[in-house]
Design a protein around this ligand. Structure first.
Ligand SMILES: NC(=O)c1ccc[n+]([C@@H]2O[C@H](COP(=O)([O-])OP(=O)(O)OC[C@H]3O[C@@H](n4cnc5c(N)ncnc54)[C@H](OP(=O)(O)O)[C@@H]3O)[C@@H](O)[C@H]2O)c1
Length: 285
């Protein structure tokens, strides 16, 4: 594909060091567009908590990959997204690709704000990421060998962040997905027993799932000094998953990329080879 034909040539990737952002950046570079990495430590910096960083980070950009922190479900999100789209428009941005959640009412409200902004948009509603177990919030559990979560026997069609990144790269550089809300999932819904079995197989040692109550989860996180608001957020997101609204796999990865999404087993094999599941004991207290 010739770069000259791409409608968005200068692209800001927010959370460029994060699980999807760091995968989106090289894919955009392969497409020949100019990428600005958004991070609290980049130059220029981008920080959701400091609105004065936004205009400079957005200056000269045609499109933005919006990864909100910590999650579109927090109370500040609506106001931040409203202010952000306003600044983006003022700075000449034409397109927003918003990373969103599936079945989360607050995330859908934030989407509506973007849709009403007058900017072109694509919403990427993602299932839980496979990489939560290798480089995200649950990685320490995998390393310790016990996935202790209040997920009961709920099944989630967990998705590989590499698949999300490929879809996002299309949405950021082309206009064919403008005005679409994509529901991205992996190929199959897995219970956490099944997830633990796949992790065990890949790691070559036992990693078991221990279903716990929300209160037990909360107590464990407090012990690790996780802030209360973040614990509340996770418990809320677990409840959405347990309700079963997102259990059914979707076909949008295949529709956009023309192939099936990667399986959790493929993810686990690759992450294990990179040492992500090597046994480790967390020091507490
Ligand atoms: N994880 C999932 O399973 C999942 C599923 C569906 C949707 N999502 C959505 O994906 C988004 C990302 O979630 P994630 O937890 O997976 O994170 P992530 O994409 O891995 O991003 C983490 C990065 O965010 C940056 N960051 C942290 N605070 C920031 C701030 N105040 N301003 C700017 N950047 C900041 C940090 O980079 P620097 O230190 O370089 O600034 C960090 O590397 C959330 O909106 C979430 O709702 C996640």
């Amino acid at each position: 594909m010739s770069t000259q034909n791409l409608p968005y040539q200068n692209i800001l990737v927010i959370a460029a060091n994060g699980k999807t952002g760091r995968r989106v950046v090289p894919l955009l570079e392969e497409r020949g567009v100019t990428v600005r990495r958004g991070s609290r430590s980049s130059t220029p910096a981008f920080d959701w908590a400091s609105r004065d960083t936004w205009p400079v980070a957005l200056e000269g950009m045609d499109a933005v990959y919006v990864v909100y922190q910590p999650d579109l479900a927090v109370p500040a999100a609506a106001d931040d997204i409203r202010a952000f789209t306003k600044v983006a428009k003022q700075q000449g941005v034409r397109k927003v690709v918003l990373l969103s959640g599936r079945g989360v009412q607050e995330a859908h409200s934030a989407e509506q704000i973007v849709a009403d902004s007058g900017l072109d948009w694509t919403f990427v509603r993602a299932a839980w990421f496979s990489q939560n177990f290798s480089e995200g919030d649950f990685a320490f559990m995998t390393q310790e060998g016990v996935i202790a979560l209040p997920m009961g026997d709920a099944a989630e069609p967990i998705i590989d962040a590499d698949d999300i990144a490929e879809v996002v790269a299309v949405a950021l550089t082309e206009s064919r997905l403008n005005g679409e809300a994509l529901d991205l999932s992996g190929p199959e819904a897995l219970t956490h027993d099944q997830i633990a079995a796949e992790l065990s197989k890949a790691a070559g040692r036992e990693i078991r799932y221990q279903p716990i109550s929300s209160d037990e989860f909360r107590a464990g996180m407090v012990e690790l000094s996780v802030p209360d608001e973040y614990i509340d957020l996770l418990v809320y997101l677990f409840e959405v998953t347990v309700s079963g609204v997102n259990a059914k796999p979707t076909g949008d990865v295949k529709r956009v990329l023309g192939r099936e999404p990667r399986t959790f087993s493929e993810f686990a094999t690759k992450a294990a080879a990179q040492g992500a599941f090597d046994a480790r004991e967390l020091s507490r207290g």
